[in-house]
Design a protein around this ligand. Structure first.
Ligand code: NAD
Ligand code: TDX
Length: 348
C-alpha cells in the first residue's frame, strides 16, 4: 500500500527534522505536513525540502475536526506521526487552556478522525504519538524513568501530554487504533525556538543579554540531539510492535548551571571572546513553579529491542547547534520579533 503519512506539527522544531528525514529517506512515501503555524511553527525550517515532489503542506489546526476529515480524504492518509502541540512549560503556567485545547482535545480529534477513516482495515495503519519524559514527573538524585514508571505530571504542559498519552492508549484498547508512543527527553539542535533554555541562552550570549537561571541552577535534564530523536521516531514508526511505548534519551544528564557554563565556554571560543567573559551574564532568577528537579531516561529498551542509539556526542551536537545559530542570525531575528518579543517581555 502506498504510504501517505500525515506529520502534524511539521513546521515546529522537532517536526521539521522528522519531515526532512522522511521526505529525503523515503522518496516513495508522500509526506503531508499539517501545521497551524502558531508562534512556534515556521516554514523557514523546511525551505530546503519544500519543493520535493513527495511533500505537501496543509495549514490547519488539529482543533478543526471537519478540516481534519477533509485532509484525510484528500490525501488518503495511511499513517499519522503526531507532534503538533503547545510545547513550552513556562507558557503552560501562564495559559494552561491553550495546552488543554491543542494537546488533549486536538489529539482526541486526530484519533477520532483516524479511527473513522481507517475503520475498514484498522490493522493496516499506524498512529505514532510523540510524547515527553515530563509525564513521569520528577526524579530524586538517583534512578531513571523506564517505560513502566507511573505517570506523575507536575506542570499544566506535562499534565496535558500525559492526558494525550492516556487517550492514545484508550483509543488503542477500546477501538483498536494501532498506536505506538515515544517519550523523549529534552531535545536541542537547529530550529529550536529561543524560549527554551539552550537556544534562549545562545541568543542572549550573542546579544549580551542576561542569562536567567531558574532557582539555583541545580535542576537536571537529559539532552538529546534533535536529529537523533528524528532517527528514533523513524525506527519506532517502522519497527515497533503495535501498542508499544519506548523511552528515548541520550544517557546525557546535565545540571542546568553546568550546561550553561559549557555553553558559555564554547560560545566565548567561537565568538573570539576571552574565556569566561559571558559568565558575567548569568543571572539567578525566581524559580519556575512546580519545577521538576531531575529527568533521566533509561533508553535500554529501544536500544536492545530496536537497535537505536544516539549518533553524536553532546559536545559534537552542541557545537553544531551553536554553529547553526551563529550562521542563521536572520532566522533568529525573524522568530524573535512580533509575538515572541511580547511574550519575552512579559516573562523577564
Ligand atoms: P514546537 O513548539 O517547536 O512545535 C510545535 C508545532 O506544532 C508548531 O509548528 C506549531 O505551529 C504546531 N501546532 C501547535 N498547535 C497546533 C494546533 N492546534 N494545530 C496544528 N498545529 C499546531 O514543539 P517541539 O519542541 O518541536 O515538540 C514537538 C512534539 O514533541 C510535541 O508534541 C512535544 O510535546 C514533544 N516533545 C518535545 C521535546 C522537546 O524537548 N522539545 C521533548 C520530548 C517531546
Ligand atoms: O530561561 C530559562 N532558565 C532556566 O533555568 C529557561 C527557559 C529554562 N530554565 C531551566 C528550566 C529547566 O530546568 O532549564 C531547564 C530546561 O528548560 P526548558 O528548555 O524550558 O525545557 P523543559 O522545561 O525541561 O521542557 C523541555 O523538555 C521536555 C521541552 O520544552 C518540552 O517540550 C519537552 O517535552
Amino acid at each position: 500500500m502506498q504510504k501517505n503519512i500525515l506529520i502534524t506539527g511539521g513546521a515546529g522544531f522537532i517536526g521539521s527534522h522528522v519531515v526532512r528525514l522522511f521526505v529525503t529517506k523515503y522518496p516513495d512515501y508522500k509526506i503531508i505536513n499539517l501545521d497551524a503555524l502558531t508562534y512556534a511553527g515556521n516554514l523557514e525550517n523546511l525551505k530546503d525540502i519544500e519543493h520535493s515532489s513527495n511533500y505537501v503542506f496543509e495549514k490547519a489546526n488539529i482543533l478543526e475536526a471537519e478540516k481534519l476529515k477533509e485532509i484525510f480524504s484528500k490525501h488518503h492518509i495511511t499513517d499519522v506521526i503526531h507532534l503538533a502541540a503547545e510545547s513550552h512549560v513556562d507558557r503552560s503556567i501562564l495559559s494552561p487552556m491553550d495546552f488543554i485545547y491543542t494537546n488533549i482535545i486536538g489529539t482526541v480529534n486526530l484519533l477520532q478522525t483516524a479511527k473513522d477513516f481507517w475503520k475498514a482495515d484498522l490493522a493496516a495503519h499506524r498512529f505514532h504519538h510523540v510524547s515527553t519524559d515530563e509525564v513521569y514527573g520528577t526524579l530524586g538524585d538517583e534512578g531513571f524513568f523506564t517505560e513502566t514508571t507511573a505517570y506523575s505530571p507536575n506542570s499544566p504542559y506535562s499534565a496535558s501530554k500525559a492526558s494525550s498519552d492516556h487517550f492514545v492508549r484508550a483509543y488503542g484498547e477500546t477501538y483498536g487504533i494501532p498506536y505506538v508512543v515515544t517519550n523523549c527527553s529534552n531535545n536541542y539542535g537547529p530550529n529550536h525556538f529561543p524560549e527554551k533554555l539552550i537556544p534562549l541562552f545562545i541568543n542572549n550570549i550573542i546579544t549580551n543579554k542576561p542569562l536567567p537561571v531558574y532557582g539555583k541552577g541545580e535542576n537536571t535534564r537529559d539532552w538529546l540531539y534533535v536529529i537523533d530523536h528524528a532517527r528514533a521516531i523513524d525506527t519506532v514508526f517502522h519497527h515497533a510492535a503495535n501498542h508499544a511505548t519506548y523511552n528515548v534519551g541520550g544517557f546525557n544528564e546535565w545540571k542546568n548551571i553546568d550546561l550553561v557554563k559549557l555553553l558559555i565556554k564554547l560560545m566565548d571560543e567561537k565568538l573570539g571572546r576571552p574565556a569566561g567573559t559571558s559568565e558575567a551574564l548569568i543571572t539567578y532568577v525566581k524559580d519556575r513553579p512546580g519545577h521538576d528537579l531531575r529527568y533521566a531516561i533509561d533508553a535500554t529498551r529501544i536500544n536492545k529491542e530496536l537497535g537505536w542509539s544516539p549518533s553524536v556526542t553532546f559536545e559534537e551536537g552542541l557545537s553544531a547547534t551553536i554553529d547553526w545559530y551563529l550562521s542563521n542570525t536572520e532566522w533568529l531575528q525573524h522568530v524573535t520579533s512580533g509575538n515572541y518579543q511580547k511574550y519575552y517581555e512579559e516573562q523577564y
